[in-house]
Design a protein around this ligand. Structure first.
Ligand code: BTN
Length: 261
């Protein structure tokens, strides 16, 4: 596939035409270490809610648990957004799910809707293979969250993956002949995130539980919590995963649990 450039002016024009509060100001670079690191630094300096950082390539892209996030130049959509949701920190796990659901919604615009799932807490899958990952990082005070950065990586054009992940990964190019341009996908993502954040502001996850449950592919799967194995029973309204272990129901946070697919 030839390089798919991003036309910053056109995107900003469409963002304003659609009245989106997310996506501007926009910082677009060919290469950076990590858009999340850039966004976190800018947020500490006071950058506004909605500020967007996007790159063609990252040299230090990372995911949850410090895992590396590899991508080839221009073949993925790599972006981070600063959010200042002003919520108590105990609601953070839930907002993470709202953003994950938004990215699943966005991807479902381009492939068969029923093939898109969420592996809790926020991997997005097509036919059980990972197409997108979301990394939420934040600066928290004791009780409140000053800002969070939602970093999103979506595989678009690559058709070959490292042998270690080949069986578990996919891209839009592998799933559809109608592969969107990066700018088009970005706009749909911004729109979907904005919609889910509006719902979240009104009633937390309660407004989107049905949609979340419909996309949850974790339910019924084996999970490891520390040394123990259990079975996932679904996502609760606070964003925690309900796990049944030896007849006991536990409510766990991301980081405490590993889903075995
Ligand atoms: C995961 O699957 O663990 C999350 C992956 C998140 C990757 C994105 S790419 C844009 C942003 N910058 C980063 O360094 N990470 C996120």
């Amino acid at each position: 596939m030839t390089f798919d450039p991003i036309d910053q002016k056109e995107i900003l024009h469409k963002i304003s035409k659609r009245g989106l509060s997310l996506g501007h100001p926009m910082t677009y670079v060919e290469q950076t270490g990590s858009t999340n690191v850039d966004a976190m630094a800018a947020a500490r300096e006071g950058a506004a809610h909605g500020s967007l950082f996007i790159a063609d390539q990252q040299t230090q892209g990372h995911g949850r648990m410090g895992r590396p996030w590899h991508s080839r130049k221009g073949q993925s959509l790599l972006f981070s957004i600063i959010l200042r949701p002003c919520i108590p920190i105990d609601r953070l796990p839930a907002i993470t799910l709202a953003i994950g659901l938004a990215i699943a919604d966005a991807i479902a615009h381009f492939v068969d809707n029923d093939s898109v799932g969420i592996k809790w807490p926020n991997d997005v899958l097509i036919r059980s293979r990972k197409v997108a990952g979301i990394l939420i990082e934040g600066a928290l005070t004791k009780a409140h969250c000053d800002h969070i950065v939602a970093g999103i990586g979506i595989n678009i054009a690559q058709v070959k993956f490292d042998p270690s992940i080949e069986a578990k990964a996919t891209s839009l190019a592998k799933e559809t002949t109608d592969v969107p341009k990066r700018s088009e996908l970005l706009l749909v993502c911004l729109q979907c995130i904005e919609r889910r954040l509006q719902q979240f502001a009104l009633g937390g996850l309660s407004e989107m539980m049905d949609d979340l449950q419909a996309r949850d592919i974790t339910k019924g799967k084996q999970v490891r919590v520390g040394e123990r194995m259990g079975v996932a029973e679904g996502i609760a309204e606070d964003g925690r995963l309900q796990v049944m272990i030896e007849g006991q129901r536990l409510s766990v946070l991301a980081g405490e649990v590993q889903v075995v697919l």
